[in-house]
Design a protein around this ligand. Structure first.
Ligand SMILES: [Zn+2]
Length: 51
């Protein structure tokens, strides 16, 4: 199992965890925000093409 270090309590937690099970720190979802940015860009391009 891959782990990452929690910036809140400096413990190793599950790499896929959204929230630290020890201190409750919420990890930022960088990949999700990147997906949203890509979809917004696609939507803007469609809007530009259609109108
Ligand atoms: Zn923690």
């Amino acid at each position: 199992m891959k782990t990452k270090e929690c910036p809140g309590c400096a413990m190793d937690v599950d790499k896929d965890a959204d929230v630290c099970p020890i201190c409750g720190y919420e990890f930022p979802k960088q990949s999700l925000s990147l997906q949203i940015a890509v979809w917004v860009f696609i939507a803007l391009m469609l809007f530009w093409i259609l109108f």
